[in-house]
Design a protein around this ligand. Structure first.
Ligand SMILES: *Cc1c(COP(=O)(O)O)cnc(C)c1O
Length: 355
């Protein structure tokens, strides 16, 4: 497929790298591609960043047939543009597409188009420590039609935004509210897909937790309200008696690329045993009582590792590692971010250099 390039006539002023925040400023260009049933994906182009025009009847606006991804480009000390396992993001996008009845994309073409977009927007990749360029691919159904069925027309787009260091004020462990009323996902549902409705469904619970003074919500399984699933929109790990335990993937949990990387680093690089299995919230409390719950952390592209210092469940609160980030969490954080920024050798073949 041909990729058409339309240059922006005017370039925006780049933001101050020290005050970037997250998801507010967008680069000069974006990638878009259309799909029509019978014709397939076509009209791939990189064009100036601009508003979309669509019918108020566009299907995505009514039934939420939409999927997305999130990854980052990092600037190395040698001024190279590095991506972390980007092929896995496009594979996951297609897995989400299958579940949501969205036509698959050509992963290789999408990746090549992203590289081209990044070459054009290279000056937008911030270089200050901990900063990066966040990449948001998404697919939405755009047919102007109010019947409930899978769309026949889609729009795939990729937008970019420079983002600040997640931990500007240092890694402050999170206070977590264990949610026992609302659930995020159930087995057989769409929890494993990065689809818009999952995030809309999580908002009320997060809002209520914030009001109670917590940073995030820990989700339990939707059937027994017992087994730990995720924390906010991150995967979760427990260090128990020297080993790492993380919930196994069974359809309700998003298969995080950071989660998978942490498992591989812990096993292959640090010789730490990792168990992917059910862990109930009662087990977590029991391990804490026994003095074996050493560290808890979330994993995801945005923060990489989010240490958890406090958990509260049905009015009972436990403190983890005196509310400080644990040694293993720190070590994994430094190893992973070191690989991502190119300061630590990438033994795993995770890094793509955009040339
Ligand atoms: C994106 C996401 C994650 C983390 O995935 P990464 O690939 O590590 O960024 C975890 N949970 C949910 C619900 C997510 O949407």
């Amino acid at each position: 497929m041909k990729l058409t390039i339309v240059q922006a006539a005017n370039k925006k002023q780049k933001p101050d790298e020290n005050y970037l925040g997250f998801g507010q400023q967008f680069t000069d260009h974006m990638f878009t591609m259309d799909y029509v049933e019978g014709k397939g994906w076509h009209n791939a182009k990189i064009c100036p960043f601009k508003n979309f025009s669509m019918s108020p009847a566009a299907m995505v606006l009514h039934y939420g047939q939409a999927i997305f991804e999130g990854l980052k480009a990092y600037k190395s000390a040698e001024d190279e543009t590095l991506l972390f396992r980007p092929w896995d993001n496009f594979t996951r996008l297609n897995n989400s597409a299958k579940r949501m009845c969205i036509p698959m994309i050509d992963e290789e073409f999408a990746l090549e188009s992203l590289y081209e977009l990044l070459r054009m927007e290279e000056e937008w990749i911030p270089g200050a420590p901990g900063t990066s360029l966040y990449i948001r691919p998404a697919v939405i159904a755009v047919d102007p039609f109010l019947g409930v069925r899978a769309g026949k027309q889609y729009l795939f787009f990729i937008i970019l935004c420079p983002v600040g260091a997640y931990y500007k004020a240092g890694l402050k462990p999170l206070k977590i509210y264990v949610e026992n009323e609302y659930v995020r996902a159930v087995k057989g549902g769409v929890g494993f897909a990065k689809t818009e409705g999952n995030y809309a469904a999580s908002l009320l619970s997060c809002h209520l937790a914030h009001q109670k003074g917590f940073d995030q919500v820990l989700w339990l399984d939707g059937v027994h309200r017992k087994y730990v699933e995720e924390v906010g929109s991150s995967n979760i790990f427990f260090k128990i008696n020297g080993e790492l335990v993380t919930p196994q993937l069974e359809g309700s949990i998003l298969p995080g690329i950071t989660r998978d990387s942490v498992i591989k680093i812990a096993k292959d690089e640090m010789g730490v045993n990792v168990r992917e299995e059910h862990i109930s919230i009662d087990d977590v409390w029991a391990e804490h009582r026994a003095g074996r719950l050493e560290e808890v952390f979330g994993t995801g592209t945005a923060a990489v590792i989010s240490p958890i210092g406090e958990l509260s469940y049905k009015g009972n609160t436990i403190h983890v590692n005196d509310g400080k980030m644990g040694a293993l969490s720190s070590e994994i954080y430094h190893l992973l971010t070191g690989i991502q920024y190119g300061t630590i050798k990438d033994k795993f073949g995770w890094i793509a250099k955009v040339k």
